[in-house]
Write a protein that binds this ligand. Structure first.
Ligand code: SF4
Ligand code: SF4
Length: 440
């Protein structure tokens, strides 16, 4: 495992050698900003990775384990680095080394166990949906206190944060009140040259945000896409990769490659930013098997964020929704993929909707996959700061395109403000279409 890190450092050595210790990455790093420790900065973590690769410290050492573990993997350090250091890839390999040297925390192991098998995940998240529906997630979360139960409390509050938004707060051309839950009915399709699109159902997205998947299918159809199924697909593997379980991540990647290539889709639409970024890594994850790498490359070429697909089409305009939302850019859309404009283009297709941005809008929300649960203290500080910045815009609804961000932000905003909504951009567009009578 350490050999992989050594190889990676060798491959990236040209970029690493040009690191001029400029420190441009430091103010962009949420952990450095909060902790003020060089070892919790991108520059410090790269230094630790090199020390392990060169054999000066061991991957099992406390210093390596602690500071790598505290990294959010938000990749805010990448776009600001003048040397182009491939931090995200190096981090994945470093975490594989760290995990092979020492088992991860109990909270991380529990999350990996949950997402390892689809049947197990569906049962547990089915129970979670039931708790959410009865309001038990919020109730139980509010009762728990103390360090020992902090990950459980955070998981429960995030679960409560996955509740549907209320479109009723947006007046306008509305003809019917809505709960924000889309019908599963088919949209009327105006476009004759329909491309075939397969939707990545996702794990959290499919189990806790099925309404977002249904809204995604509806708005894609309205904009001329033909939806095709991809049975056999599952979790993208991002949670495993972030935790250093690359074997688990590769297994899930192979299952998705098999299912998505069989779908015959021209486009693979992804409505969870973290999953989209992970799927672009499939060729790198499977690089040691040339046949699988080629198959993964063919799939990765077709992966698009749903907002990119819609923005390319020039999304059809819907009915007015009069009010303001704050847009939060998910890290794995903005930093990892450089996608900034398409989500705003989707929101601009809604007449009357004002889009605001918070201070330090590009900073991570602290959710970062399972980080919000596994690091309740530091993830909580970052989440609370994000919630305060979002609340200061004065808009009572936040729009963001990643389930982890939606849950983390909703959990903290409801703590801060009580009455607050969080929605995915396609959910808001779907509501605009529904009011226009374009889709049911
Ligand atoms: S990925 Fe995020 S938390 Fe980690 S070093 Fe880079 S900016 Fe800091
Ligand atoms: S921004 Fe890049 S070059 Fe500058 S200190 Fe950070 S890693 Fe090194």
């Amino acid at each position: 495992m350490t050999r992989r890190l050594t190889d990676a450092v060798d491959q990236a050595s040209a970029a690493l050698d040009t690191c001029v210790h400029c420190g441009f990455c430091l103010p962009a790093c949420p952990t450095y900003v909060r902790l003020g420790d060089e070892a919790d900065s991108p520059r410090g973590r790269l230094h630790l990775m090199r020390a392990v690769a060169e054999g000066r410290i061991d991957a099992s050492s406390d210093v390596f384990q602690l500071h790598l573990d505290r990294c959010l993997g938000c990749r805010a350090c990448e776009p600001v680095c003048p040397s182009g250091v491939p931090y995200g890839s190096l981090l994945e390999m470093a975490r594989e080394s760290a995990r092979s040297a020492r088992p991860p925390s109990r909270a991380t192991r529990a999350m990996l166990w949950l997402f390892d098998r689809p049947r197990r995940r569906r049962i547990v998240l089915g129970l979670a949906r039931w708790m959410r529906g009865l309001g038990l997630a919020r109730l139980c979360g509010a009762f728990l206190s103390g360090n020992a139960t902090a990950p459980i409390r955070r998981a429960l509050l995030m679960l409560d944060g996955s509740r549907a938004w209320s479109a009723a707060r947006f007046p306008g051309g509305g003809v019917r009140p809505s709960s924000g839950e889309p019908d599963s009915g088919r949209a009327r399709i105006p476009d004759s040259d329909a491309a075939r699109a397969a939707l990545l159902d996702g794990c959290v997205q499919g189990d806790l945000f099925d309404r977002v998947n249904r809204a995604t299918q509806a708005v894609l159809r309205v904009n001329g896409l033909e939806l095709v199924g991809a049975p056999g697909q599952g979790c993208c593997g991002a949670i495993h990769a972030h935790a250093g379980d690359m074997e688990g991540a590769r297994r899930l990647a192979r299952e998705n490659v098999r299912a998505l290539e069989a779908s015959g889709a021209d486009v693979i639409a992804v409505n969870a930013a973290g999953c989209g970024a992970a799927m672009l890594e499939y060729p790198a994850w499977l690089e040691e098997d040339p046949a699988w790498r080629l198959r993964a490359e063919a799939v990765a070429r077709r992966v698009r964020d749903v907002t990119e697909v819609l923005a390319d089409r020039g999304p059809r305009e819907g009915a007015p929704l009069v009010g303001a939302v704050t847009y939060h850019p998910p890290c794995h859309l903005e930093h990892a993929r450089g996608i900034t404009e398409p989500p705003l283009a989707v929101l601009r297709a809604i007449p009357g909707l004002e889009v605001r941005m918070a201070e330090r809008a590009s900073e991570c929300c602290g959710g970062a996959g399972i980080y919000g649960v596994t690091h309740p203290e530091l993830g909580g500080r970052i989440g609370a700061d994000k919630a305060r910045a979002l609340a200061r815009t004065g808009a009572a609804c936040v729009v963001t395109g990643n389930p982890g961000c939606m849950m983390q932000i909703a959990a903290f905003l409801r703590d801060e403000r009580g009455d607050f909504d969080v929605a995915h951009p396609v959910e808001v567009l779907y509501e605009s279409y529904r009011r226009a009578g374009i889709t049911r």
